[in-house]
Design a protein around this ligand. Structure first.
Ligand code: E4P
Length: 218
């Protein structure tokens, strides 16, 4: 399973990259705003800065909601760097735009996926990735992981090349369960990625090894 980090924070991206397990980055307008990035020029240079840190795909989301706006914005974003993937919402104009981008060699990530039907349409339009939001479904007492399972079955039935990017991952168990189901990628916060390492027996075992080594030396 590929690991993406879901942030626009350059420090966190650098830290994840330094672990040697990072395959890409996802951002969204809220994450960019959280870092205080606003204005066309600043947004573009921030995407380029992210692309220079990570060796992998970087999702950059369009703000326009109409077909023409998505196309002109998406073309500009895609021109910024070879690793940019244009993130487009799962709306009717979004699906039309994904088809246009696909036909014109621009890779896309269909975002805000909350149903298997949306994921099916995105795959038919040729999306490179679909982003089902696991955590946000869990937030409203719906089963986010069940949606990943359904999409996996549908994509395998028809051999769609679209990759399932489990998004809105909030904690380590989401990551492990997405891996069990067979999501192609997960995107989550740095805390969830680092949380996978936590185990008290690792900590106590290491302390014991070091103590025994010091005793034998001593
Ligand atoms: C997906 O690409 C989104 O950026 C993200 O995963 C949303 O996560 P949230 O529900 O924690 O905001």
């Amino acid at each position: 399973m590929k690991f993406f980090i879901d942030t626009a924070n350059l420090e966190q991206i650098r830290e994840a990259q330094s672990l040697g397990v990072l395959d890409g980055v996802t951002t969204n307008p809220s994450l960019m705003a959280k870092e205080g990035i606003s204005g066309d020029a600043a947004v573009k240079s921030h995407y380029v800065a992210i692309c220079e840190i990570v060796e992998g795909d970087v999702s950059a989301e369009v703000i326009s909601t109409d077909f023409d706006g998505m196309i002109s914005e998406g073309r500009i974003l895609a021109d910024l760097h070879a690793n940019i993937v244009v993130k487009v919402p799962a709306t009717a104009d979004g699906i039309r735009a994904i088809r246009w981008f696909t036909d014109n060699g621009i890779r896309t990530n269909c975002t805000l996926i909350f149903s298997a039907g949306q994921a099916l349409l995105a795959a038919k339009a040729g999306a490179s990735y679909v982003s089902p939001f696991v955590g946000r479904l869990d937030d409203i007492s719906s089963d986010g992981l069940q949606l990943i399972e359904k999409i996996r079955v549908i994509y395998d039935n028809y051999d769609y090349g679209t990759e399932i990017l489990a998004a809105s991952v909030r904690h380590t168990m989401h990551i492990i369960e997405c891996a069990e189901i067979g999501a192609d990628i997960m995107t989550g916060p740095l805390s969830a990625i680092k949380g996978l390492l936590k185990h008290p027996l690792t900590d106590s075992g290491l302390a014991q090894f070091l103590a025994d080594h010091a005793k034998a030396k001593g």
